[in-house]
Design a protein around this ligand. Structure first.
Ligand SMILES: [Mg+2]
Length: 312
């Protein structure tokens, strides 16, 4: 059983109430708490030593990542983050300067995005450090792009470049909050998700939630320099295209927009965000499944996204 199957099993019969607009299964929960113009976004996420960072990773970068992952999910809903709670599970050998540096990384990013850290919890975890962040944000009503909203004929776009995140980007990424709000403010964005599990894996989440398929063009995938360099290094490294499709933790945005808007979007994006690439990588199809098209034709994509764990 992989992570996604486990989540599906555990979330099948969760209690809801009338304020639950979107429960488990999207980047954030979406709640109606009575504000006539906004919905509330609610999210939690954890990073664990040995999985999301190493014991010797600079603590400020760990703190940055712990908060940035939640911010990236708020971005995927075109939201504005507001408040966070931070829970630390501390190993017995923790050092105060290390934790202070971790908090410095986290608070610097919080300040940059106007996020108040309003409390939390500390507990013990004998072997390794765990940092869990819960976050509230808000988004304009009816401007919250859900994973379930992709339509056949939509063009699929991604921001930035993909693959090779292990070279460092997974620690230092900037959540695409402003870009996401700009997108929904200017174009009829259908579905949106942030890329935490790799383009192939995250696109599959969108396809499943929307009951559609997709075809991506191999030659259009924006492959990062880090992925190209890694591929050159050793025989065990992935091919750059495979890395761009399947490496986790790019934290870029993937979204769909009606195809007739695609050219106007590219034209408007360039002056708005001259330093951030925006690429059309394919299209949504009515038939289920994820296909990749290259010089040899179109075939089902058998590479999967990054799957966090495998259990029998
Ligand atoms: Mg996400």
């Amino acid at each position: 059983m992989n992570e996604f199957e486990l989540i599906e099993r555990l979330t099948r019969r969760l209690p809801r109430n009338p304020s639950t607009l979107v429960g488990a299964g999207d980047d954030c929960a979406v709640l109606d708490l009575g504000d006539p113009e906004h919905v509330v976004l609610f999210k939690t996420d954890a990073v664990v030593e040995g999985i999301h960072f190493e014991k010797d990773t600079e603590p400020a970068r760990v703190g940055h990542k712990a908060l940035a992952r939640c911010l990236s999910d708020i971005a995927a809903m075109a939201g504005t983050p507001g408040h966070a709670l931070v829970t630390l599970a501390l190993p017995s050998d923790f050092r105060l300067p290390h934790l202070e540096a971790l908090y410095a990384g986290m608070t610097a990013l919080a300040a940059q995005h106007g996020v108040a850290i309003v409390g939390g919890e500390t507990t013990a975890n004998p072997e390794r450090l765990l940092i869990s962040v819960a976050m509230l944000g808000r988004a304009r009503r009816n401007q919250c792009p859900l994973r379930s909203a992709a339509k056949p004929g939509d063009a699929i776009f991604v921001t930035g470049e993909l693959g090779g995140s292990r070279a460092g980007k997974h620690l230092d990424f900037e959540p695409r909050l402003a870009e996401a709000r700009w997108l929904v403010g200017h174009f009829p964005i259908h579905a949106m998700i942030d890329l935490s599990d790799g383009l192939a894996g995250d696109l599959r989440h969108v396809l499943k939630a929307s009951s559609v398929g997709a075809e991506v063009r191999a030659g259009s995938i924006p492959i990062s320099r880090a992925a190209r360099l890694a591929a050159r290094k050793g025989s065990r490294a992935k091919l750059p295209l495979a890395a761009a499709l399947t490496d986790g933790e790019d934290y870029e945005l993937l979204f769909t927009v009606p195809a007739p808007q695609a050219v106007a979007l590219l034209d408007a994006w360039q002056p708005a965000y001259p330093d951030l690439k925006l690429t059309c990588v394919g299209k949504i199809t009515p038939a289920a499944g994820l296909k990749v098209r290259d010089a040899h034709g179109s075939r089902p994509l058998n590479l999967d996204g990054y799957v966090h764990f495998q259990k029998p």
